[in-house]
Ligand binder design. Structure first.
Ligand code: XIL
Length: 373
């Protein structure tokens, strides 16, 4: 299954109601047991979500473009409003962390599929495509993988990992980030455990292993800081061109899109186009637009404009298959934890109310519907 069949409106309502009921129950159970005070595990009570009378993102998205979100199991299992918004607004999902190696294989050969499977199963019920994230990365490698091992052993363990994960999700994940963030800021290959011990060939190997494990999954290179025309984007373009010239099965390029409202990338549309000209699909895989805190009206307006421009760039490029936001609610965003002084980066606020950025995406989708139809 590459593109799931869209649900009918009635089917969606029923699915949404079921999911909301299940998660309310789960949330109540968690309330009864969660005794510690980790704010990340707090239940966020929020008013029930009602879709805008103008429509939803997934409802207005043109055929051929998925509108996705990263999914955080804490939100899913703790926030009563989370599953309803997830089901109603998005037709694709990416596991924010659940499919990272450290979480999937806590000790050698012992797999913990539950988190990823929960997301995949829910996506199926919601009629959502699943984008797999991520097979080879320098972060979130389990501690038991030792940099002191000989190259052959490391290579074998990486091969086993890629093969096991892709095979487990075969037919249920339509695309994979096979390699994530392999470039350094200056465009050279990032100095990672994999590069140091295995040499640059680890990238081609990973793609070939993944292709073998699921011949139907689309295989992506995923990168940040390459949305606009940067030196790093030039380097990524050369890398992808070279890989394809070498016969490596690279089907797509993902542009993360962790953006700063005050520093919009330059010519995203033109940049996506030059990648598409290589014959690959392109996708915006992790879009969020951070603003300086406390967020001001002006900050949120700029944010909305940048979300809209990014969506527009994708819609203008035929090879652009999806725009995925990296979480949809400020209640669960990774930004405040990683970018000091920044936050409010998502489409919905911490109380699950749609922000101007959400309205701006609806504006864009509606405007295109009018001009297309
Ligand atoms: C982030 C998650 O959002 C956080 O919850 C986690 O603590 C760290 O990773 N680029 C990626 C994503 O490819 O996997 C990262 O996700 C954000 C940057």
């Amino acid at each position: 299954m590459i593109r799931p069949r869209p649900l009918t409106a009635a089917g969606l309502l029923v699915a949404t109601a079921l999911v909301v009921a299940m998660v309310l129950l789960a949330g109540m159970a968690a309330l009864g047991t969660a005794g510690d005070s980790d704010p990340d595990d707090a239940v966020r009570a929020a008013p029930a979500y009602t879709p805008s009378a103008r429509g939803t993102l997934r409802g207005l998205a043109p055929a051929g473009t998925l509108i996705g979100t990263a999914v955080d199991p804490r939100g899913l299992n703790l926030d009563p409003a989370y599953p309803g918004v997830l089901a109603a607004e998005f037709n694709a999902v990416t596991a924010e962390n659940a499919m990272k190696w450290r979480n999937l294989e806590p000790s050698p050969g012992v797999y913990a599929w539950a988190g990823g499977d929960q997301i995949v199963d829910l996506a199926r019920r919601n009629g959502q495509a699943v984008y797999g994230h991520t097979l080879v990365w320098h972060n979130d490698v389990p501690d038991w993988v030792s940099p002191d091992w000989p190259a052959e052993q490391l290579r074998e363990v990486l091969r086993r990992h890629v093969t096991a994960v892709v095979a487990h999700y075969r037919g249920r994940v339509w695309a994979w980030d096979v390699v994530n963030e392999v470039l350094d800021e200056d465009g050279s290959l990032r100095d990672t455990l994999w590069l140091r011990k295995l040499g640059p060939g680890y990238i081609a190997d990973a793609f070939r292993w993944a292709r073998q494990a699921d011949p139907d999954a689309k295989l992506f290179v995923n990168e940040y800081g390459t949305e606009g025309r940067t030196g790093k984007a030039d380097a990524l373009l050369s890398l992808v061109r070279q890989l394809r010239a070498d016969g490596v099965p690279v089907d797509g390029v993902g542009f993360q899109g962790h953006l700063d409202a005050e520093r919009p990338p330059r010519d995203v549309r033109g940049n996506l186009r030059r990648f598409a000209a290589l014959g690959v699909r392109v996708a915006v895989t992790e879009l969020d637009v951070r603003v300086r805190l406390p967020a001001t009206g002006e900050g949120l307006r700029r944010q909305a404009a940048l979300y809209r421009e990014t969506l527009r760039a994708c819609l203008d490029v035929a090879a652009c298959v999806s725009v995925t936001v990296w979480g949809f609610t400020d209640a669960r965003s990774w930004i405040p934890g990683y970018h000091r002084g920044y936050g409010a980066a998502c489409l919905f606020d911490a109380d699950f109310r749609p922000k101007p950025a959400h309205a701006a995406l609806l504006d864009e989708l509606l405007a295109r519907r009018r001009s297309d139809g």
